[in-house]
Each structure stands twice: as C-alpha cells, then as structure tokens.
Design a protein around this ligand. Structure first.
Ligand SMILES: NC(=O)c1ccc[n+]([C@@H]2O[C@H](COP(=O)([O-])OP(=O)(O)OC[C@H]3O[C@@H](n4cnc5c(N)ncnc54)[C@H](OP(=O)(O)O)[C@@H]3O)[C@@H](O)[C@H]2O)c1
Length: 354
C-alpha cells in the first residue's frame, strides 16, 4: 500500500527544527505516512527549496558548520520567512490544494508582538497549508484569529509543543475531553526557572544553572525571557486563550520572574519547609479571562512543590472531571520535537479520515 506523503516546509532550523527532522527519520517506520522536506528557511543561514525534497542531515551539517543552505537549492535566492513560505506554496501548489503541505514554524519567540511568526502562520494558512508550531508567539498573541483563519480554509493550526513539549495538553483537552469546561489552570511550565531554582537550593549560582540550560538547548535564545517570566507569561496566555477562551497576549499576564531571587531567598524557603516555584495560572472571571505568573512559596503538600529539575506540571480545574493533573518528568529537545511529530500525525489522521 502506498503511504500518504506530506510535504514539509521548515521555517526555522535551530535546536528544535534540526532535532525534529532527525526524529522524523528515527520514527519513520512507526508513522502511517511519509514526509518529504520540501524546503528549509533560516534567518542567518540562508534557505533552500527543492521539488524532490532536501536531505535534512545535509542541511543540519551545513548549518552546524555555519554555512548557507542556499547550496542545496537548484535556484537559490534571498528570501525572508514570509517570502520563503510564499515561494514554497507556489512550488508545492498541488500538495497545498490536496491538503498535504505543512508549514512547520520553529523560529524564535518574539515577546513584543509574536512576529514574524504570526505572518509566517498567516501566509501558510492563506495558501492552504496546515501549520504546526512550537513557537508560543502565534498562539499567545493571535490564537483566535489564526484558528478562525485555519477553520475558514479547512486546514489545521496545531501547537502542542508550546506548553510542556510533546506531553499532551491541548490535544488532551481537545481530543479526549468532550463537553468538559476548563475553569482554571495552575502549573509550573517554564523548565529553565524550575531547574535554576532547584540548582540554587543546592547552592549553585543562578548564572551557572542558566548556562547549563543554554548548553542543553532548553533555555530561550535570550535567557532573560525565561528569568523575567516572559516565557511563562506567553504559555499562560496560550493556555488562557485555548483552554479558557480568552483573548489575552503575554502583555496582559500579571508577571513576575525569578531574576531577583537570591540563593538565600531560595534556601530560606527550604528551611521553612517550603519551595519557591514560578507558578503560572489563569481563570475565568466576571471580566473575562485573567492570567498570571508569580513566584510562590509552596508548602510540601502542594502538588507543584515536589517538582525537581526539568519537571513541569499543569493542573486543570474542570466542571465534569474535577481537578486533573498532567506531569512531565523528562524535558529534552526530543520531547519538543515529538510535539511536532504528534501534530503531524493528527494531520495525517485527518487526511486518512481517521
Ligand atoms: N528549545 C526548546 O527546548 C524549546 C521547547 C519548546 C518550544 N521552543 C520554541 O521553539 C522555537 C525554536 O527554538 P530553538 O531552540 O530551536 O531556537 P534556535 O535554536 O535559536 O533556532 C531558531 C531558528 O529560527 C531561525 N529564524 C529566526 N528568525 C527567523 C526568521 N525571521 N525567518 C526564518 N528563520 C528564522 C533561526 O535561523 P538562524 O540560526 O540562521 O538565525 C534558527 O534556525 C522557539 O520559538 C522556542 O520558544 C523551544
């Protein structure tokens, strides 16, 4: 039997994009579809489109060697993210019309407006490609508009990797909790801060722990986004928008980070039987939807207090299921890349009428 083929346009090819391309290859035999990488775009390492598909391992070698991807393109030209998406839509117009073209967005989080990622997503959907992304910007700043656009062109806009990597949060609620209304959420969703606070409890300096998270590719490219609570605020906005029907941006989230904490603050809390955690929360209230990120000194009995290292957890208060919890104990790039694989699998299931 011939397996369904999806054509992918990768916008962004850094830690996440490269690990994703490699993981697709590793799990190829367990997927009910095959993938052809039709194009890859970066900001400083050029871009390439090829009708027959590119070899991701060659692309990875070029980028790691600080060379340009243009060498893989039969007719290279300078393109920004949006013009790359448009050129890809032209080249793969037939696949787009059949619903087999997917734009995979893994560029950097822009905390001022979610751009240019939102423009990448919009251009893709307008050209009738599906979109999967691990970038918080589009869903944190423009979920409602992009979701409506996707619906209007009968394509999917999926973003499981935005919160807790590949551990299902959005897909869990959307796919497996019909008729359930989420009333509020509360969780530890920024891996870098949790790791840093834990390391400070053990006597390490904040800067050392941040450097470790950078070396693992987990901290944001600009780690102040983690330490000042912006990453968690973007996730809180995404959760509030999707699970609570809000229309927030990260700027609407009441925000506190961990940058001001000293080793003494962290260890004093431990001495009092508590642990400091950067907690993100959100709820529906009379005025609509509200979300926040703040440092809390949690007593040991709190289910978020025991999280160690790179662990994340999210608790949802619901009407029909009461409180449910989702815990992620492993957080490496493989889990982030897996989120994009799981979103792609959903697209293939839809195409196959499953
Ligand atoms: N790392 C994680 O653990 C993790 C987990 C969950 C979600 N995420 C999210 O995933 C996204 C990617 O993270 P990452 O760690 O892979 O970042 P990264 O290593 O810095 O890679 C970012 C990639 O995007 C490219 N890029 C940036 N701006 C672009 C533009 N305007 N047009 C085209 N390409 C552009 C960069 O190109 P150049 O390198 O050539 O400049 C690079 O290839 C971020 O939004 C992040 O928040 C990351």
């Amino acid at each position: 039997v011939r397996r369904l083929e999806l054509v992918l346009l990768l916008v962004g090819y850094g830690h996440v994009g490269q690990r994703y391309a490699a993981l697709l290859d590793e799990v190829a035999d367990s997927l009910g579809f095959v993938c052809r990488v039709g194009g890859i775009a970066t900001r400083h390492h050029g871009s390439a489109l090829h009708p027959d598909g590119l070899d991701p391992s060659r692309a990875t070698a070029l980028v790691r060697d600080d060379q340009s991807l243009d060498r893989l393109d039969p007719a290279p030209r300078e393109r920004t993210g949006v013009t790359f998406v448009q050129a890809g839509l032209d080249l793969f117009a037939a696949e787009a019309a059949e619903g087999r073209l997917v734009v995979v967005e893994t560029t950097l989080l822009d905390i001022t407006a979610g751009e240019p990622a939102i423009s990448h997503v919009r251009a893709a959907l307008e050209g009738r490609a599906h979109v999967v992304t691990a970038n918080k910007g589009p869903v944190a700043f423009a979920h409602r508009t992009l979701d409506a656009l996707a619906e209007s062109v009968d394509r999917l806009f999926l973003f499981e990797g935005v919160v807790m990597d590949g551990v299902p949060v959005f897909n869990l609620v959307r796919e497996t909790m019909p008729a359930v209304r989420v009333q509020s959420f509360r969780g530890v969703v920024n891996t870098t801060s949790n790791y840093v606070i834990g390391a400070m409890e053990a006597g390490d300096e904040m800067a050392e722990a941040v450097a470790e998270m950078q070396a693992k590719g987990i901290a944001e490219a600009d780690p102040s986004l983690d330490l000042e609570g912006w990453d968690a605020a973007a996730k809180a906005a995404a959760l509030a928008n999707v699970l609570l029907g809000g229309e927030l941006t990260p700027r609407h989230v009441e925000r506190q980070g961990i940058a001001h904490l000293t080793g003494r603050d962290v260890r004093d809390a431990v001495q009092q039987g508590r642990r400091l955690k950067l907690v993100a929360g959100g709820e529906r209230d009379a005025g609509g939807t509200r979300a926040w990120v703040r440092v809390e000194a949690l007593p040991a009995a709190d289910p978020l207090a025991g999280l160690q290292g790179v662990e994340n957890a999210l608790y949802l208060q619901t009407d029909l299921l009461g409180e449910i919890g989702i815990v992620q104990r492993t957080g490496t790039l493989t889990q982030t890349a897996y989120a994009l694989v799981s979103d792609l699998a959903r697209i293939s299931q839809r195409l196959r009428g499953m």
